[in-house]
Ligand binder design. Structure first.
Ligand code: 5GP
Ligand code: MG
Length: 449
């Protein structure tokens, strides 16, 4: 999960970075940080909390310079949020560097153990710190060569932005699993960000996505960033970005997230054609089920209604550590529109079922509010496998689709009917012209280098 941003060649670099992080707050709410570079020195501020809480005017004044990198950290139950905040800053032989990372390195334990065996000491639990050590312990003269050698030892899903005192290095792994795009700022310079929704807020024009396996080098000495293809691309963008994670107004690798979600809903409606279920209204689970429900309603001709109201002041329910807390939070967050749904047959759409907490709770409150029937539709396939490539799915045992088949889940959540998208349906909805990363659905853990 997480969001990263780099701003290069703009005197308001840290301000623009904070705005970009604000627009990508959905990718992580636990901690945030920015490093800027000015006059041969790197300045860093990072803390627990939301972007708007951490970066006030004073903080942004302190973060001077015309380049900055930033990060939003996604919470994981049990993580130490302040120690594990990014950027990771270090002084080493060539000077100072600061690193932000989105993704997950799958050989992090082995690499760390080897580093520790050789005397390295670590301050955080983050895999990003491995990269700092690998860069620092290298004997190459140029930072770009050190980064390449460090990456050669790194296996996993990653987007990195590495800032030195005068340059920025942007790297996307060879599979391009996590999104990363480049834009040109109208006020001068460049932006690189996890999602294109950041470009709109800072007035940047989308140029292109960072290519899988590419390293971009931004340097004061050259107008345009230098591009080096470090690795042969084996493109596998993450399908779950389209299902849940990205903001609907973002475009990932040329495809609109909103359009993909709408098409997922349309496909659910097409799959329901010809069955004899009588439905009065289509209801999204807010917010993540909304575009799919719009698609379903458009395709089926059944009215779209906001039958569930969301309280926007409740944080994310998903990462609460205990089941009891998750149940309570879902209850606090989502409430039924009683007058609308009483006596009606509802088709309810959410983007995904992970543990089954949300869906079970929703069917319960809708039925208690008088719904006659609740037909549950899920705009993704069954999540049977944990993701090790940067999406924070729980352990296998916690995944309801790992433990139960569709009929058992229907029974568990007390829905009248339950349908998912098939993996083929999902691929077709996003656009079946590329090979997506689908490991949560099909268990194909393809990352080997
Ligand atoms: P469940 O309640 O079944 O465990 O999770 C499903 C709900 O959580 C859905 O409403 C979906 O939008 C949301 N969800 C799915 N994946 C994630 C995730 O990785 N993080 C967060 N915060 N929510 C998620
Ligand atoms: Mg949701």
């Amino acid at each position: 999960m997480c969001a990263i941003v780099g701003i290069f060649g703009n005197e308001k670099a840290s301000r623009l970075a904070s705005l970009a992080l604000f627009s990508m707050q959905h990718r992580g709410q636990e901690a945030t940080g920015i490093s800027s570079s000015s006059d041969g020195k790197i300045y860093t501020i990072k803390n627990r909390g939301l972007v708007s809480e951490v970066f006030d005017n004073n903080a942004l004044e302190y973060l001077k310079g015309n380049m900055a990198i930033g990060h939003n950290r996604y919470s994981t139950a049990g993580g130490d949020s302040i120690l594990d905040a990014q950027p990771v800053f270090a002084k080493y032989k060539l000077g100072e560097i600061s690193i932000v990372h989105n993704g997950n390195l799958i050989n992090k334990k082995a690499v760390r153990q080897e580093l520790i065996d050789n005397g390295a000491i670590f301050q955080t639990g983050m895999d990003t710190e491995n990269l700092v050590h690998l860069i620092a312990k290298n004997s190459k003269d140029r930072l770009r060569d050190r980064i390449k050698e460090a990456l050669d030892k790194t296996i996993g899903a990653y987007c990195f932005i590495i800032q030195s005192r005068s340059k920025q290095f942007v790297i996307r792994d060879r599979y391009g699993i996590r999104p990363l795009s480049i834009g040109k700022l109208k006020s001068g310079g460049y932006i690189v960000a996890s999602e294109t929704c950041a470009f709109d807020l800072v007035d940047a024009e989308f140029i292109r996505d960072v290519r899988p396996g590419e390293m971009l080098i931004f340097s004061e000495k050259v107008e345009e960033p230098e591009s080096i293809q470090l690795y042969e691309p084996e493109y596998r963008p993450c399908a779950f970005e389209y299902v849940y994670f990205a903001r609907p107004d973002s475009v990932i690798d040329g495809k609109s997230v909103y359009k993909a979600r709408e098409d997922m809903g349309k496909t659910l409606a097409i799959n329901d054609r010809g069955n004899d279920i009588k439905i009065d209204m289509v209801i999204p689970v807010p917010d993540s089920g909304v575009p799919a429900a719009i698609g379903y309603a458009a395709e089926s001709g059944i009215p779209f209604e906001l039958g569930i109201i969301r309280n926007h002041y409740v944080g994310r329910t998903f990462i609460e550590p205990t089941q009891e807390m998750r149940d309570l939070k879902v209850k606090m967050k989502l409430s039924p529109m009683k007058s609308l749904i009483a006596g009606k047959s509802l088709l309810v759409i959410d983007d995904s079922i992970v543990r089954g907490t949300t869906s079970r709770r929703i069917v319960k409150i809708l039925k208690e509010a008088g719904a006659k029937e609740v037909h549950f539709r899920v705009a993704s396939p069954e999540i049977k496998f944990p993701c090790y490539y940067g999406i924070d799915t729980p352990t296998k045992e916690e995944l309801i689709s790992h433990r139960m088949n569709k009929e058992e889940i229907r029974e568990h959540i007390q829905a009248d009917t339950l349908e998912y998208l098939s993996i083929e349906d999902l691929k077709n909805s996003i656009g079946n012209d590329r090979n997506y990363a689908l490991e949560s659905f099909d268990g194909d853990y393809f990352v080997t280098k």
